[in-house]
Structures are given as structure tokens and as C-alpha cells.
Write a protein that binds this ligand. Sequence first.
Ligand code: PLP
Length: 383
Amino acid sequence: MKPQDIPTPFYIVYEDKLRENLELISRVKSEAGVKIIMAFKANALWKTFPIIREYVADSTASSLNEMYLGNEMLGGEVHSYCPAYTPETINEFIAGSSHLTFNSISQWKRFREYVDKWNSDCGNHHVSPGLRVNPQCSVIETDIYNPALPGSRFGVTADMIGDSLPEGIEGLHFHSLCESDSHALAKVLEAFEQQFGKYLNRVKWVNMGGGHLMTRKDYDVNHLITLLKEFKSRHPHLEVIMEPGSAFTWQTGDLITSVVDVVENQGVKTAIIDASFACHMPDCLEMPYQPAIAESCEQGDDTIAYRLGGNSCLSGDYVGDWYFKKPLVTGDRLTLKDMNHYTTVKTTMFNGIQHPAIVLCNHNGRCSYLRRFDYNDYKTRMS
Ligand SMILES: Cc1ncc(COP(=O)(O)O)c(C=O)c1O
């Protein structure tokens, strides 16, 4: 099956692009001597995991479901971090995780005895407890993705810890980046070492969180490797862990849609597509950002401007404008670029509109369905 033979709408994941990202991540891992694990929050298309597992089998989970998926479908270590564990979830987290990061000192005090009990009873499956710290170094412009905003609920500050780390803590975790470059990491690392350096000789590992967009074309990978090596030479006893999500599936897939009508109101032309920004590309409204469309062009003297509107009843379910050389007509296919990381995991079935299928395009350009959705999928999410 070729992409052009597949009815729209569908997400398409390109195996060769995924492998390119995985190869770069593997290079950083081996040259810098760090552990890089995959964050499920950005990608949970588990039928692609046999490809991912060839390079990386360890993952980070932010919920029990992600943890189960890591154990079942990737099979490596699962490092869990969840803002708050509960008496109902803690034992499951302990049994399924290699590392368990606590978001607050009160969480650690509440659940330490569960971890200690497991570690004394359970032979060779040691769970390594860590504490999330907040270096309060703000390098992200979009507030919704910024864990360093004043009043953030994520992680403890050095003044909350005081002179020494709570007993039993084996690692420190910080997450302060989002689609960031290595220079932003350098700033955060400086703040981290200034504020938390005094605790580092007490711990075995440091997890530098996610947001390292090392697979973006303009990312200075060599600078990242140097930065990590320098950090490691200052703290040779530490295992360094990074848990990017987006970097794994950055620019590895698109959403292919068709125009189903073109309407015009007060001079604004809207092409309605057989997909929805609200349901199938939520970050376009949340971030917000305008995705690239393969068939569009730069604005010029003879180009025509269109909004694209989702096929839902939400008034704000549109993004604009793009420019085209020819008028759009019903049946035209449009390729919304880079719709894999965070997109496929965040979709909803709002309005019950047709959910895009998920397709894998292998290195020969041959496609196969990973999943198709029908009325039953919509119905079984409700009761
Ligand atoms: C704790 C934590 N780790 C890792 C990630 C993955 O970040 P990214 O996908 O930006 O690399 C996130 C994203 O929100 C996160 O909150």
C-alpha cells in the first residue's frame, strides 16, 4: 500500500525518519556516556516499539499506564515520576519501576517505608528513590510548558531541603526544558549545580529531565556532548540520565487530510478538512502554533490565502493562514507536517468525528495500518 492509496484522514509515521532520530540519540548516548531513556508522554505508539527497542529499551513513565506499557512493550528499565503517588498506586509503581522520583519531601516521608520494605524484601529488584528539584531557572517562553514559573508545583527548592538531603534519597531529578537547545541546558545546569551541588556527593544519579531537542536540524549536538562530558568530569561518581520525549519522534510523521468543503465569509476563505485541530492536532491550539503544510507556499502576489477549519462544531477549531498557488477544492489532499510527537498521544474523540487511522511507512515506502478506528472505539470510551 502506498500513502496515496490510503483513505484520509491518517497519521503516517516514517520508519526511516524515526531511525535517523534514534541513531543520533544513540550517538549522544555513547559519546557522552549518559543514559537516554524515552518519555512516553510524547510517544506511545507501541507498535513502533520494536524499531525503538533496537536503540533504546529504557523509558520514563508518568502514570501507571505508561509504566505498564514500558514493562510490557519496551522491556527495559522504567523510571517513574508522578507529581503525587497515593496509597492505591505506590506499591504498583514500586513493583514496576527501577527508579522512582518523588515530587516533594512530604511525598517521600509518606511513602519511604513502602520503598524501604520493598528493597529489603525483594532481592535483586532494587528501586532507586529520587527527589525532583526545581532550579527555578526559566528558559521557556510558553508558560503552559514552563515548570520554573513562580509557584510551580514541580520539585523542591534548595531552601526547602536545607543542609542535607532527606535520608534514603539516591538521585536528583530536574526537568526545566521544552524543545530547548544545549545553551538553555547549560544555563539550567549552572543554576542546578549552584543550588544543589552541595548534595551531589550524597547521590548516585542525576536525571536531567526532557526538553532536549537534540534531533532538531540546528541543534548543536557536539556542544551537548561536551557539556555532558564536562558535567560528568566534575561529578565522576554520578550516573547521568536524560529523558527526552519529543526528540525521539520529532519530524517523523504527518497527518494527511482531505479538503471536504471550502466556505467564504466576509472575505475569509476556509477550507474545511476531514480532521480537526481540537481533536487531532491539539497543540496547534494549545501552544499555539501553525504547522507547515507540504502543499502550501510562501505568500506572493498571486497566492490565495486559506484558513483550515476542523470538521467539528467548535468555533475556534481553525488555524490560519496558509497560501496556495491554486484554489483549494474538495478532494485536495493536505499534509500537515510533524504530527507525531505529543500529537498522537493527545488526541480526543470529541464530537465523535472520524478518528485518523495510524499508518507506518517502512523504509521501502510501503505502508501498513497500525490502527484503524470506528464507531465501536467511540462507543467504548463512553458508557
Ligand atoms: C518530567 C518530564 N520528563 C520528560 C519530559 C519530556 O519532555 P520533552 O518531550 O519535551 O523532551 C517531560 C515533558 O513534559 C516531563 O514533564
